[in-house]
Design a protein around this ligand. Structure first.
Ligand SMILES: C[S@@+](CC[C@H](N)C(=O)[O-])C[C@H]1O[C@@H](n2cnc3c(N)ncnc32)[C@H](O)[C@@H]1O
Length: 374
């Protein structure tokens, strides 16, 4: 993949961009196999390749520059904006929307936040495109100062970008290098962006996690459904369930599924999808996955875990080890913490694994591992 920003030294995020894609994938597979080499008897399926460009459904743009000439991209070492609105990782819909959103910044007089002087209002612009081409736009702001102006110009935005469905403002008042704050103010009538994956409508609300590569997410959930289906469990837990991707895919007649997730917003989305699908055997609860699972007396027939990069950690690994649960499906975006967690569960043997290239041009990837007791 050729990228002008990379070639000009303006952005180096895609650290593997100069490697041919087949080599990137082979190296990731080799690195992952090496990390899990200590667990014998593991069958590897061939890695799932991703399109190398236009696969990212979410643009996380740092605002810089001035009201008249905003930059949307990253900050350089001096804290000044570098414009990357043509980034080739983003879907076509995101690429088409970003220049219009830059015009909106000027029109609504949203002063980009200036890190060196700590002045300005607009910190980030977070935009997600659904598989149907609809958009969620979030303005991450230092304060409420510009809210009225955003509201005033929303009509223009909807006319210029009719595919915008959800609009919100997120308040991040602190001078910290974090993407967003806790408080979200919804500015549109619609509350969720519909992310249709494998014919299932997942609902994304502003503060919920969604896998950033929709094609790989679809493959991940499809594999999850297939591998879980083979074991025909009557009861399943989906820990770290987000908006319910795994739980809703593995739901089946006669099967009880419980999804646990710390974000109440994500749980509301998962419940909405469940109700639309008319699934009676699925329920969701907001809470800490570790506290919830380790407080249960008996395990289900199968547990799905899909934690953040830090993994599931020692407490949950040990509980799974000692619980007698017959099967675990572990979806990991960090094979190092995965290998550490697996070492805590010697009775749960990894039997099958498959790498999915969720993050082309970087060293990161997703890996799905099926564990069976015995
Ligand atoms: C990698 S995402 C996976 C989400 C979901 N399985 C999916 O496919 O979209 C990890 C999720 O874990 C949630 N999370 C983080 N810490 C948690 C905790 N202690 N208990 C429950 N959920 C947690 C995050 O909010 C996020 O939704």
């Amino acid at each position: 993949m050729q990228c002008d920003y990379y070639d000009a030294g303006r952005c180096r995020s895609c650290s593997l961009i100069e490697q041919p894609y087949a080599r990137q994938l082979a190296d990731k597979q080799a690195a992952c196999e090496e990390l899990l080499a200590g667990f014998g008897g593991l069958t590897w399926l061939p890695p799932v390749a991703s399109p190398q460009e236009r696969f990212r459904n979410k643009a996380k743009m740092v605002a810089g520059g001035t009201v008249e000439a905003p930059t949307l991209g990253i900050l350089d070492r001096d804290g000044l904006g570098v414009d990357l609105r043509g980034c080739g990782l983003h879907t076509d819909g995101l690429r088409a929307a970003l220049p219009v959103l830059a015009d909106f910044v000027t029109r609504a007089r949203l002063t980009p936040y200036d890190v060196p002087t700590r002045r300005g209002e607009l910190k980030h612009l977070l935009v997600t495109e659904s598989p149907d081409g609809e958009l969620m736009v979030r303005f991450v702001l230092r304060s409420e100062e510009s809210l009225a102006r955003i509201r005033k110009h929303l009509g223009w935005l909807h006319e210029a970008l009719p595919q915008v469905v959800v609009v919100s403002a997120n308040l991040q008042p602190e001078h910290k290098a974090v993407l967003e704050g806790e408080r979200e103010i919804l500015l549109s009538e619609a509350t969720t962006l519909r992310m249709r994956v494998n014919g299932i409508d997942l609902h994304l609300r502003p503060q919920s996690f969604f896998q950033t590569n929709t094609a790989m997410a679809a493959e991940l959930y499809r594999l999850g459904r297939e591998w879980v289906g083979e074991r025909a469990p009557e009861t399943v837990w989906d820990l770290y369930c987000g908006v319910g991707g795994f739980a809703l895919h593995v739901a089946a007649p006669g099967r009880e599924v419980v999804g646990i997730e710390v974000s109440a917003e994500a749980i509301a989305s998962a419940e909405q999808s469940r109700d639309e699908l008319g699934l009676t055997g699925v329920r969701f609860e907001a809470g800490d996955a570790i506290a919830w699972a380790t407080a249960r007396e008996a395990p289900p027939d199968l547990v799905v875990v899909n934690p953040p990069r830090r993994g599931i950690g020692a407490d949950l690994s040990r509980w799974l080890e000692e619980s007698g649960v017959p099967g675990v499906l572990y979806s990991s975006c960090n094979a190092q913490t995965l290998a550490r967690d697996l070492a805590e569960m010697p009775s749960l043997r990894p039997v099958r694994a498959r790498l999915l290239d969720m993050f082309p041009n970087t060293g990161h990837y997703e890996v799905l591992v099926l564990l069976a007791r015995g």
